[in-house]
Write a protein that binds this ligand. Structure first.
Ligand code: CA
Length: 137
């Protein structure tokens, strides 16, 4: 009987070359639950823009809503320049009509000349963060 050995498994790839670094793809774990930026702030039907939820505590947010409702004297759902100026005054920020208007323009994303609630939340977040000046773009 021919004693034929099975062909040796080609093992030549096993060179002793350990000089080549083997880069493993670094697995980015996207399955982790996101931290608490899923938080939403809502009060009386007003919702805080997601990018500013970390700027307010729930209590501060309630106050923000109350302020908004309070200063929205004509209950239009948005604040006009006159109303915004009253808030600035209330916050002890001295703005000339001109700079108040500029500041307002800065947060008035849809250029309506009025601040709706999300714009107002942006506005106050900026004032809170110590930036009462018109921010640079
Ligand atoms: Ca607006």
């Amino acid at each position: 009987m021919a004693d034929s050995l099975p062909p040796a498994t080609p093992d030549e790839a096993k060179t002793t070359d350990s000089g080549s670094a083997d880069f493993k793809a670094i697995g980015v774990d996207t399955s982790k639950p996101r931290p608490k930026d899923e938080l939403t702030l809502e009060h009386k039907g007003y919702t805080c823009p997601q990018e500013y939820v970390n700027e307010y505590t729930p209590m501060e947010f309630e106050e923000l809503v109350e302020q908004f409702a309070h200063y929205d004297v004509d209950q239009s759902g948005s604040l006009d320049l006159f109303e915004v100026q009253k808030i600035l005054h209330e916050m002890d920020l001295d703005f000339s009509t001109e700079s108040a208007k500029q500041f307002m323009d800065d947060v008035d994303e849809d250029k309506t000349g009025l601040l709706d609630f999300p714009e107002f939340a942006t506005f106050v977040a900026k004032v809170k963060s110590g930036n009462p000046k018109v921010s640079e773009r």
